[in-house]
Design a protein around this ligand. Structure first.
Ligand SMILES: *Cc1c(COP(=O)(O)O)cnc(C)c1O
Length: 466
């Protein structure tokens, strides 16, 4: 017998950081959680964060900043105009995203509002690879109509296509033919596609979209909130891209577009902030004028100087290969566990979240009894785990008919904050999902008892059906 240790064939990776500050979280009893859920109207958005053990509601603004970012906060130049941190942010954006002009905003939807107002006229159409809640709303409020041109596989949670976020070029061409290029102010390219499960867009597809739209003189604006994660998938999955650094791929991808909107709360590793970027000077002039009306002066756009500094530094950290590999590696770890246990999830696992297929988990609950909403509630009751509905409640109502939109995907999103939780938290999460899945048969649906007019998923209230 040898007492040499066994060297595993597959070596583990670990996070490229260590913990410097801890934030205690509260453990609760089932009784406590039942009372909290009732009070929250069976909507996880209405829970108090204090009552949550592992918070996977969103990866938006929930990440942990680095020591360098915190140090940068002390270097905030809070001048009303021309803060030095604004110029640092501009430089970081141009260095890593490659766009010429920067318009800061308080967060992503502020940028969407400005872009929509600057470019969309009433009666216009905006094709895009699947809707996003706030993006589509701002397009509609500006008088536009969103048209979904994502590949059909994106609506199939079982399709294993590596780039399920791609634009269907035939569908895009058909829209251009049907409504005319002059009524399309821009194509909205999401990379990755949040509502499809964090699915990426290939470099090849972005190039083809660029060629098609350039022929008709239509600009392409990207929703770049998770473009770094998208670049990582290109590195990992697209033939001929594996030798490049994520930062290189990101620049190459952005160069196929005319600008982007950004939520700093995602890839850029800050708790608040956003921006709009572009190469067209005329669009810049219009946007930096509008931003004064809605957000703040064009050198702060609703952010403090210290927030802009933290984001400038966060952008530099976010494009490091080690960071992004560990970030997406954690999501893949959780996804692999759930697949091993037979829980139906969207495949392949996306960049920022694991999406549970509520339609497959609760086939007995009709979609208008909100199966995903109920699944999210059950996870909370089981373990204090907070997740988010991404199904019929999030999809809202058809503006013309007043009926629900009935999305093909009825999902619950387990969203992983950046640099916050350990693998042990992922184990607890997977075990809680497995426990709820085991109890699936008797679970009833919900009835909506309060429905707000805009973005109803944030504030709607429900009651369980008997
Ligand atoms: C979060 C998000 C937005 C909106 O950004 P906010 O900072 O939350 O306003 C837009 N698009 C996508 C894809 C997002 O995930």
């Amino acid at each position: 017998m040898s007492d040499l240790p066994v060297v595993p064939r597959r070596r583990s990776w670990a996070e490229p950081w260590k913990v410097k500050v801890v934030e205690p979280v509260r453990m609760t009893t089932r009784e406590h959680r039942e009372a909290a859920m009732r009070e929250a109207g069976w909507n996880t958005f209405l829970l108090r964060s204090e009552d949550v053990y592992i918070d996977l509601l969103t990866d938006s603004g929930t990440g942990a900043m680095s020591d360098s970012q915190w140090a940068g906060m002390m270097l905030g130049d809070e001048a009303y105009a021309g803060s030095r941190n604004f110029y640092n942010l501009w430089e970081a954006m141009t260095a890593h995203y490659g766009f010429k002009y920067l318009v800061p905003t308080h967060q992503g939807r502020g940028a969407e509002n400005i872009l929509s107002k600057a470019l969309i006229k009433p009666g216009d159409f905006v094709p895009g690879n699947m809707y996003f809640t706030t993006t589509r709303l701002h397009q509609e409020l500006a008088g536009g109509t969103f048209v979904d041109v994502i590949v059909p596989e994106a609506h199939d949670p079982r399709s294993e296509l590596p780039f399920k976020g791609n634009i269907d070029l035939g569908a895009l061409e058909a829209v251009i033919e049907r409504v005319g290029a002059e009524r399309i102010p821009y194509v909205c390219l999401h990379a990755t596609v949040n509502m499809a499960g964090g699915q990426p867009v290939s470099l090849e597809n972005a190039r083809a979209v660029r060629e098609l739209t350039a022929r008709c003189g239509i600009p392409v604006y990207m929703d770049a909130t998770r473009a770094v994660e998208n670049a990582y998938f290109i590195q990992q999955r697209e033939p001929g891209q594996g030798h490049k650094r994520v930062a290189e791929i990101l620049l190459e991808f952005c160069a196929l577009t005319d600008g982007c909107t950004m939520s700093g709360k995602k890839d850029p590793l800050v708790n608040i902030g956003g921006w709009l970027a572009m190469n067209d000077e005329k669009v810049y002039e219009e946007a930096s004028n509008l931003v004064v009306v809605y957000e703040g002066l064009h050198t702060y756009g609703g952010m403090a100087g210290r927030d802009m500094e933290a984001m400038a530094r966060g952008i530099g950290e976010s494009v490091q290969d080690d960071h992004i590999r560990a970030r997406i590696g954690q999501v893949e770890y959780l996804g692999a566990k759930l697949m091993e246990w037979g829980v139906p999830i969207v495949r392949p696992v996306g960049g920022h979240a694991v999406y549970l297929d509520a339609r497959a988990i609760y086939p007995h609950i009709p979609q208008d009894q909100f199966p995903a909403q109920m699944l999210a509630a059950q996870l909370y009751l089981d373990s204090g785990l907070r997740a988010m509905e991404r199904g019929i409640v999030s999809a809202g109502r058809d503006a013309a008919t007043g009926d629900h939109h009935y999305p093909k995907l009825e999902l619950v999103r387990l969203t992983i904050p950046r640099r916050v939780y350990t693998q042990a938290h992922m184990d607890v999460t997977a075990e809680s999902v497995a426990a709820v899945y085991a109890e699936r048969d008797g679970t009833p649906g919900l009835r909506m008892v309060h429905e707000p007019k805009y973005l109803r998923f944030f504030q709607a209230r429900f009651e369980p059906l008997d």
